[in-house]
Design a protein around this ligand. Structure first.
Ligand code: AMP
Ligand code: ZN
Ligand code: ZN
Length: 304
């Protein structure tokens, strides 16, 4: 197979909306153009914003940082060391390699230094606590350091498996609030997913074409997660019907308003422990890591 635009051998087959083969160079151009169009379509970013890209060490965040830098955005990198044995060290090595290759500042925070514990120490729902922890720490860091926006590497496959999972469970609340751009409010920074409509497979092919350093190490605690199974069926379907993932996403975007429920005048407040924006008296981060106990101990010591 030859590239549609030149005589070079095909590097990747694009299957939707049209079936075309592209060589490495034309694929790089095509991919960057798709991302650029997505950024424009959803009014995701401005060139004058100070952008913090959350990088896990995996391909998605790394490709996000790479392409934003190439497109001339003002970015810095942010990584959380979660303290997961056999995974976090490898991840940290990968983000350092990326920062060096991009010549971009990298900020690393260590969960153990902040909470005294790691993800390994959690009994019970590790993945949901890890999710709360990552969202909180990236937001707090970005907010305190004066960033305007946080970018994560969530891609089309993440989005459709999330939607499918929440349809299967009829989690209307989650379905109502899912978007490529979450605007800033209170102490929450704006959050953007630049790969909202970009297939994971293409992100991998771009990472390889551009020789972007990343790790393929997977977190041992995510093994067997149901959303991984949803991704697999959706990709099986995609083989049969090219474009079905994107159509599922677009259909959701068009009909998402159906899930919006009237909320009473909801008031956010400041967490009594950390002062960040919270729905309740104590934010979920301070609750799951029991930081109110630490604070209470400190106050008791002061009284004595
Ligand atoms: P995941 O929750 O692992 O699917 O990752 C989704 C996105 O969250 C990644 O693409 C990153 O942008 C961000 N992320 C995940 N893990 C970390 C981490 N340890 N440090 C910083 N950002 C992360
Ligand atoms: Zn070509
Ligand atoms: Zn808090």
């Amino acid at each position: 197979m030859k590239c549609r635009f030149c005589n070079s051998p095909s590097y990747v087959e694009i299957r939707y909306p049209k079936k075309i083969n592209l060589c490495k160079e034309h694929f790089i151009e095509y991919f960057e153009d798709r991302v650029k169009k997505s950024i424009e379509k959803y009014k995701m970013l401005n060139k004058d914003e100070k952008i913090l890209v959350a990088v896990s060490g995996g391909k998605d965040g790394h490709v996000a940082a790479w392409i934003l830098k190439k497109l001339g955005y003002n970015i810095e990198l942010f990584h959380i060391n979660l303290g997961i044995r056999g995974f976090s060290d490898e991840s940290l090595r990968a983000v350092k390699a990326l920062a060096e290759k991009l010549n971009t500042p990298l900020h690393v925070v260590d969960l153990k230094e902040i909470t005294g514990k790691t993800i390994e120490d959690i009994k019970g729902k590790k993945c949901s606590i890890c999710g709360i922890t990552k969202r909180y720490l990236m937001n707090k860091f970005g907010y305190e350091r004066g960033f305007d926006v946080i970018i994560t590497g969530h891609n089309l496959d993440d989005e459709v498996s999330f939607i499918l999972n929440n349809v299967l469970n009829w989690n209307i609340r989650y379905l109502a609030k899912h978007e490529p751009v979450l605007p800033a409010h209170d102490k929450f920074l704006k959050k953007v997913k630049i790969f909202f409509e970009i297939d994971e497979y293409l992100i991998l092919k771009y990472a390889e074409a551009e020789e972007i350093p990343f790790t393929t190490a997977k977190c041992k605690f995510a093994e067997g997660a149901i959303t991984l199974k949803h991704r697999a069926y959706l990709n099986e379907l995609e083989k049969e019907r090219a474009g079905i993932k994107l159509q599922f996403l677009y259909g959701y975007m068009k009909n998402r308003h159906l899930f919006k429920v009237e909320e009473e005048d909801f008031q956010f407040r400041e967490c009594e422990v950390c002062g960040m924006t919270s729905a309740g008296k104590i934010c979920s981060f301070c609750r799951v890591w029991k930081l109110y106990k630490k604070k209470r101990r400190k106050e008791d010591n002061k009284v004595e």
